[in-house]
Design a protein around this ligand. Structure first.
Ligand SMILES: Cc1ncc(COP(=O)(O)O)c(C=O)c1O
Length: 391
């Protein structure tokens, strides 16, 4: 093909973001299942349970009425008010509804936040290991993700000192933290979060807090960055606690001065978030009792893994504070966790995600297990892994 023709179809350089390695694991698991094999799925970070029945019933009623149209760009007034009320109920905080922006999952929240807060070339710090789309979305938008390697010493979270050290090397314009985090499942203590927000803002570094796993905290209660600053952007979602991944709905708490910018971006990028999902999301808050039972199931699973994995031979993992992840060090068994995950899938029938997705450097030593499925699955997984490692 001539160069002139190739130039017409070549993808942009900014679209050249890495794929998710977990997709390879999922495809390999699907091949085993297609042959009739059984796989215990611990690779994908999503709840096995459906949305709250209150949400499903509200969506069915809305479908019968048939009034599914565009909504206000920042979300229906009813849902924004309900989310604002949630800050009173869950954290004892008053957040006015006009600071809430409803988004297409937290994924769209990141795009809106980065566009509203940063210029091309701006440098934004994220923890490594961390959720890969943070850095990939930043890259695609022309910003520079700055990886801060975190360690056991800080409960795998960015500290104010580490942030300022990176800022001194070359100025940062933003920092994004998550607690509970993926892939580690670790959490930042409320006092440490308060310090980090204060130190970032004093240094002129804008703060983004990914709170998607709030509600799924076992070690201690997760605190919202909204308590410490009204300049911080908080991003959250109905995907995890409310088991609504496929509904694609989340929200942001936006500093007052950014609300109009986020609204204009949303108007142009999406017009609005799917109306059906907004109706379901509002009703989801009435299904908390049901979701608390789901959470209790995760706590049982967590205990099965904390007790069972060391007996099976995997005894080095990070504190299992929250979310539904356990991040295990497998360097004793291999020097490439991708290969470990591949063999564990083929030989033990347990699918997990190699750490390389989350940490390009030390990820080769780690595996992420998601424990959002049944307790029986967790028990069987522990048994299978034990049998396999002893072989
Ligand atoms: C830490 C973290 N943030 C954000 C997301 C994106 O979720 P969603 O777009 O479904 O809200 C995920 C999904 O796995 C995640 O693990």
């Amino acid at each position: 093909m001539p160069d002139s023709a190739r130039a017409l179809i070549a993808p942009s350089a900014r679209s050249d973001v890495p794929p998710f390695v977990v997709m390879h694991v999922m495809a390999a698991a699907a091949r085993i299942e297609a042959r009739g094999g059984r796989v215990i799925h611990m690779e994908v970070g999503q709840p096995a349970n459906p949305a709250p029945s209150t949400a499903i019933a509200a969506a069915k009623r809305a479908l019968d009425r048939g009034d599914i149209g565009y909504t206000e760009a920042l979300g229906t007034p009813a849902l924004r008010a309900r989310i604002a009320r949630h800050y009173g109920d869950a954290y004892g905080l008053t957040i006015p509804p006009d600071r809430i922006a409803v988004t297409t999952g937290s994924s769209a929240g990141f795009i809106l936040a980065f566009l509203a807060m940063f210029e091309p070339g701006d440098r934004v710090a994220v923890a490594s290991p961390g959720y890969p789309p943070y850095r990939h979305i930043l890259t695609a938008l022309g910003c520079e993700p700055v990886l801060i390697e975190v360690s056991e010493a800080t409960r795998w979270e960015i500290t104010g000192e580490a942030l300022l050290a990176a800022h001194r090397r070359k100025p940062l314009q933003g920092v994004l933290v998550a607690s509970p985090a993926s892939p580690t499942g670790t959490m930042i203590k409320p006092e440490a979060l308060a310090d980090l927000v204060r130190m970032a803002e004093q240094a002129g570094i804008r703060f983004i807090s990914d709170e998607i796993y709030h509600g799924l905290d076992y070690a201690f209660r997760a605190e919202t960055a909204a308590r410490f600053s009204d300049k911080a952007v908080v991003i959250n979602s109905f995907s995890k606690y409310f088991c609504m991944t496929g509904w694609r709905i989340g929200w942001m708490v936006v500093p007052p001065a950014l609300v109009r910018a986020v609204e204009r971006l949303q108007q142009n990028l999406a017009i609005s978030v799917p109306a059906l999902s907004q109706i379901a999301a509002e009703a989801a808050f009435d299904g908390r009792e049901e979701m608390e039972k789901v959470k209790q199931g995760y706590e049982v699973n967590r205990q099965i893994l904390i007790e069972g994995l060391p007996k099976a031979g995997l005894d080095r993992f990070l504190p299992v504070d929250g979310a539904f992840y356990l991040y295990a060090d497998v360097s004793r068994f291999c020097d490439d966790s991708f290969d470990f995950a591949k063999r564990m899938l083929e030989e033990a029938g347990v699918a997990a995600t190699p750490g390389i997705d989350f940490d390009p450097v030390r990820g080769k030593e780690f595996i992420r297990f998601c424990y959002a499925r049944s307790a029986d699955d967790m028990r069987e997984a522990v048994e299978r892994i034990g049998g396999w490692l002893r072989r």
